[in-house]
Each structure stands twice: as structure tokens, then as C-alpha cells.
Design a protein around this ligand. Structure first.
Ligand SMILES: N[C@@H](CCC(=O)N[C@@H](CS)C(=O)NCC(=O)O)C(=O)O
Length: 225
């Protein structure tokens, strides 16, 4: 029985491919293409999971969604202790923290940024356009951008303390954290004053397993330097 990754182009499922490559697990990819206008996943993904969001992984009869849950499942079921700190250690707590933080705390302001950038530059009836733009720009500068700065400053200082998020070794929490950091670079820009974040991206992008996952996954502009 083969693991199948239901993979949407330019999406969070890229990091599941990376994890599978790091663990050396065989898998198949079923591809889904975003609608170029709305960027939404095709309806066919809803046949696999009711939300129709990527990643979804099937392993025999089991169908799993939500990238954090998928990462935990794969590491527990197939990892043999790899990519996870030993139980009872401080690193294990940090591992769990970052695994949750990536989707629970880092992604919401990044998603808001994406949405409000689109509202700001998207179509609107001409008589409303100045108003729509002013509101979007106000929400961004008063709320979204300061929140993003807060998170990026925090991540920068955390990576200044240890090489990887949970400690001195790469863990699956780094794989989970890669998406918000790649998205931050592409949506908000990471300047030279965030050297630890930039070095993190360079280090992960140089890993053979990351490169193999990119080759198999295809289109993923977020990794482009
Ligand atoms: N928190 C979920 C988010 C899933 C999610 O929103 N996936 C995006 C891809 S990055 C998606 O499928 N978007 C297309 C859509 O919503 O139709 C996870 O980590 O799995």
C-alpha cells in the first residue's frame, strides 16, 4: 500500500513531500492545479476530503488532512525516532510548540496580508475604488504589517538561539515552519536585517531531500531565490 499525497501546486503540500523525502518513504503524488484566477483548489479535491484543501494524504484506508496532523502521523508511524526530539526533553516541547505555531499563529497574518493585498489592487467599481483602496491600506498598515513584523522579529531572535527551531538538530518542526517563512519572504520580503531567517531558507533549500521534493512536486515559486 502506497502513501498518496494529494498535491496542489504552489502550496503547503510541498513540505509534506519534503518530509517524505527526508524519511526516505516511497509515495505517489496525485496532482491538483489551482484555478489561476481565484487560486482555489479544484472541486475534485473535495472528493478526497470535504474541505478540499491541500495537503491531504492517504495511507491505505486512512485519509488525513491538516499539515501538522499529517507531519505528526508520518513521523510517528514511519520515523523510527528520526526528525523528532526524544520524549521528555525540552526540545520535544519546543518541537510541539513550533509544529502548532506554524499554522496557528504564523499563517493567519500572512493570509490576511495576501487577502488585503488583493483587495487593494483588485477590481472594484470605479467610484468605490479609492475608498476600497484606502480601507485596505489602512488595515494593512494599522494591523497586518505590525503583526507580521512582530512575528518575524520573534522568529529571527529564536533562530539566533539555536540552529533549528527545536534545538541543534533539524526536526519535522522545521519542515512545518518552512512554509510560513517562505511565504513571508515572498509576501512581505525578508531584508538583510533578518539574517537568521535568510540563512534558514538557504540551509533548507540546499538539502538534497528538499531538492528531490521540489523536482517531484513541480511548480513552487516560494523556493525561488
Ligand atoms: N491549516 C491547513 C491549511 C490548508 C490550506 O489552506 N491549504 C491551501 C494550500 S496552501 C489550499 O488548499 N488552498 C486552496 C483552497 O482553499 O481552495 C493545513 O495546514 O493543512
Amino acid at each position: 500500500m502506497m502513501i498518496v499525497v494529494h498535491h496542489l501546486n504552489e502550496s503547503r503540500s510541498q513540505r509534506v513531500l519534503w518530509l517524505l523525502e527526508e524519511l526516505g518513504i516511497a509515495y505517489d503524488i496525485k496532482r491538483y492545479q489551482r484555478d489561476p484566477k481565484t487560486m482555489l483548489a479544484p472541486a475534485s479535491l473535495r472528493a478526497v476530503h470535504p474541505l478540499g484543501k491541500s495537503p491531504v494524504v492517504s495511507d491505505g484506508e486512512l485519509v488525513l488532512a491538516e499539515s501538522g496532523a499529517i507531519v505528526e502521523y508520518l513521523v510517528e508511524r514511519y520515523g523510527n525516532g528520526r526528525l523528532i526530539p526524544p520524549p521528555g526533553t525540552e526540545e520535544r516541547l519546543r518541537y510541539r510548540y513550533w509544529l502548532h505555531y506554524a499554522e496557528g499563529s504564523a499563517m493567519p497574518p500572512l493570509l490576511l496580508k495576501l487577502v488585503f493585498d488583493r483587495v487593494e489592487s483588485g477590481p472594484a467599481p470605479f467610484f468605490l475604488r479609492p475608498l476600497v483602496r484606502a480601507i485596505a491600506s489602512q488595515v494593512k498598515s494599522a494591523f497586518i504589517e505590525p503583526q507580521l513584523e512582530l512575528h518575524l522579529d520573534y522568529l529571527e531572535s529564536e533562530l539566533g538561539k539555536s540552529a533549528w527551531f527545536a534545538g541543534p538538530e533539524l526536526t519535522a518542526a522545521d519542515i512545518q515552519m518552512s512554509f510560513p517563512i517562505e511565504a513571508a519572504r515572498s509576501r512581505a520580503g525578508l531584508a538583510a536585517d533578518r539574517p537568521y531567517l535568510l540563512a534558514f531558507l538557504e540551509r533548507i533549500h540546499a538539502r538534497p531531500a528538499y531538492r528531490r521534493a521540489l523536482e517531484r512536486g513541480g511548480e513552487y515559486a516560494l523556493a525561488r531565490d
